[in-house]
Write a protein that binds this ligand. Structure first.
Ligand code: ARG
Length: 465
């Protein structure tokens, strides 16, 4: 090789006497996953060409030739015509190889001045994740919309509320469904503030020390649409907080989806019978002809493990890493791409599952007062008559015991016989409607309060559209 050993598709070689062994090349290679960065690498290359022009390191015709070449490479990536070659080490090497094929060595070989794959890859990944975060935001908004529609439909229908999976206190079905919107609203707000923190350009940091060619990082940051440029060039090339934080958000969304999924599975059991799953969002059995399984909800629950694993992979890779760039950092990409692919499979399926659920409020509501779930109302009634709660709790507990022993409901117990403070009027407290109506405060479960919550959630959602 007349020009030294810099190979096709790799970006180094001059100081080497031998090409990498096959095992080394296989280990080093990343094109099978980092190809996803190609459009962003080209965008960043164009901004870098502009920086070289501004610094007087390219003349106008060379800059124009480079830009046109990059446009052609972009079109070829977009159409799928350009694919990584066997000898390409990574996406950066592959794109330079193709650029040089198009514009020639003299023009194409100039683009890399003042730039390192270290600032390059950090920039590409930020650009990609910022784009993806918009898509995830839109999908979360859709899911919240589906949950809100169901919740609005059932905002006044009573249902049992649970703690420890035991009947606790009456709530409305709309309140139960609406509770799932709040975690996703927090995820949306996490994504938004992550976007602000992530909008920092590493370009111009070079390998670690900055660039010695007079390239202005601030101008390149603006060119690429970032809010600002890096503060410290060493940090700029190794900061992967934005990857870890993004993976925390996707893991958190996964956990929220898993809890929604678990609840749908429970609601769809014969024992609960609160919902019918739509045929389009359930699956059958290979042996039991009658089966209709909540697989979308189960997969949402199951895939959360993967999303958590992706976060743990990256945090573990980052822990104790020396400064500045180390090749370990290449291991940031597969977990984050896996998290994106996983989440973007689950979200639309969950939205469809939720949107097509048919709730059975008559079934959900029938057992609302079972398990003596109105016992707190009785204690609260005594408190309103002036009794200390500690004593009221005890009295109401004795009424529950009496009901259990007689095998009757709380309101069928001879209340004055339990305690003289329980006058016959106490029975007025023992209705589901009264229990709901007593909780009309903001965030409470009274139907009008739930209606207000759902309206506010709809308004909150609007800002993410
Ligand atoms: N494929 C590498 C990565 O993903 C690109 C950066 C390589 N830098 C280097 N100094 N070898 O991190």
């Amino acid at each position: 090789m007349a020009e030294g050993r810099t190979g096709q598709g790799s970006l180094w070689g001059g100081r080497f006497g031998a090409a990498p062994a096959a095992a080394m090349a296989q280990l080093s290679k990343s094109t099978h996953f980092d190809w996803a960065l190609a459009p962003y690498d080209i965008r960043q290359g164009t901004a870098h060409a502009n920086a070289l022009l501004r610094a007087g390191l390219l003349d106008e015709p060379t800059h124009a030739a480079l830009t046109a070449g990059l446009e052609q490479v972009a079109a070829e990536v977009d159409s799928g015509q350009l694919q990584p070659a066997e000898a390409d080490e990574d996406v950066h090497g592959a794109l330079e190889r193709r650029l040089i094929e198009i514009v020639g060595q003299d023009v194409g070989g100039r683009l890399r001045a003042g730039r390192s794959r270290n600032d390059q890859v950090a920039t590409d990944l930020r650009l990609l994740l910022l784009d993806v975060s918009n898509a995830v935001t839109a999908e979360l908004v859709d899911l919240c919309g589906a949950l809100l529609t169901q919740a609005e439909r059932h905002h006044a229908d009573p249902a049992p509320g649970f703690t420890h999976l035991q009947h606790a206190q009456p709530v409305t079905l709309g309140h139960e469904i609406g509770k799932h919107v709040q975690p996703f609203l927090r995820d949306l707000s996490r994504l938004r503030d992550w976007q602000q923190r992530t909008s920092v350009s590493p370009m111009g940091a070079g390998a670690l020390a900055g660039n010695g060619l007079g390239l202005d990082p601030v101008a390149t940051a603006a060119d690429l649409g970032f809010s600002r440029s890096f503060e410290n060039s060493i940090d700029a090339v190794v900061d992967r907080d934005f990857v870890a934080e993004f993976l925390f958000i996707t893991a958190m969304i996964g956990v929220h989806l898993s809890r929604l999924g678990e609840e749908i599975c429970l609601w769809a059991t014969s024992e609960f019978g609160w919902v019918y799953l739509h045929d389009e969002f359930s699956t059958g059995s290979s042996i039991m002809p009658q089966k209709k399984n909540p697989d979308s909800a189960e997969l949402a629950r199951g895939k959360s493990g993967r999303l958590i694993g992706d976060l743990v992979s990256v945090l573990t890779m980052l822990k104790g890493l020396p400064f500045a760039y180390n090749r370990d950092l290449q291991e940031d990409k597969e977990p984050v791409f896996d998290a994106i692919a996983t989440l973007r499979l689950v979200l639309p399926a969950m939205t469809g599952t939720v949107a097509t659920l048919r709730f059975r409020p008559e079934v959900a509501g029938a057992g609302t007062a079972d398990g003596h779930s109105l016992a707190t109302e009785l204690a609260d009634w005594l408190v309103r008559q002036g009794m200390p709660f500690r004593q009221a709790h005890e009295v109401s507990g004795r009424a529950v015991k009496a009901a259990d022993e007689a095998g009757v409901q709380l309101w069928e117990v001879d209340l004055p016989a339990v305690d003289p403070a329980l006058t016959p009027r106490a029975v007025e407290a023992l209705s589901v409607d009264a229990a709901l109506a007593a909780r009309g405060h903001p965030g409470g479960t009274a139907p009008e309060s739930v209606a207000r919550q759902l309206k506010q959630a709809r308004e909150a959602l609007e800002q993410y559209r």
